[in-house]
Write a protein that binds this ligand. Sequence first.
Ligand code: CP
Ligand code: NVA
Length: 305
Amino acid sequence: MSIKHYLQFSDFTADEYAYLFARAALIKRKFKAYEKHHPLVDRTLAMIFEKASTRTRVSFEAGMYQLGGSVVHLTTGDSQLGRAEPIEDSAKVISRMVDLVMIRTFGQDKIERFAAHSRVPVINGLTNEFHPCQILADIFTFIEHRGSILGKTVAWVGDGNNMANTWLQAAEILGFKVHVSTPSGYEIDQSVAGLRSADSYKVFKDPMDACRGADLVTTDVWTSMGYEAENEARRKAFADWCVDEDMMKVARPDALFMHCLPAHRGEEVQAEVIDGPQSVVWDEAENRMHVQKALMEYLLLGRIA
Ligand code: CP
Ligand code: NVA
């Protein structure tokens, strides 16, 4: 039987997402009621971080313990990964000892190579190209607050980065629209997301136009991890791509604001917006844990009736 990995959002179908969102809701309810949910007793998750993290580390680690399992935490600096052991060799060794692997790294090719040599499911905890666990949490959060995302409009304001690519994949699979506005030179590239068509997104020069009528406005840092050398150039290029109250005003009156965090108030988002009444960023962060618990359970045990 082939192993199921979660390397990009397009690895799952709309039907699998419907199952995962329902399962995450149940797992969250049980967590809030202090009800034990231990389907992964004796299972171990290896978490490999080649970039910094707060939310991904805490949500996977706490989540795995809550499922009855345990975790091993590895970084480039404290493992042989930082001393040029081939990724294929690392995959063969690590996957003989654990049941599941989560990786945060640079190029998507690296996680693909790891998965190709792994005996166990591999989860993308962020690459330069994608951040599927975050969008899983974001859409779950949208559903909690507003119901189905089908037919809705998401405004993406900012960098054509890993988050933007993942939103594009999600829109095509789940049937909503993304209005994208990026500074020139930082556009999205449809081929990275590997979309079937351009039907599920629309590009706008002016971020105000992207936000007009949107059900959700979302953004991310101007400089993603790994691109720090471009920091100064990006600061200048992105100056007009700060989500402010004017942008929120042209969105739907009940529009939500999301940010995967960490955020820089006064750069990609005004404090009044991220700390304002339309912002659901704290629910969004918490939901990382609930959806990832559903994801880990699904990858190891399949659908539970
Ligand atoms: N949103 C997110 O992935 O946060 P961390 O970088 O803190 O894991
Ligand atoms: N786009 C950001 C997301 C951080 C969670 C980055 O890759 O650094």
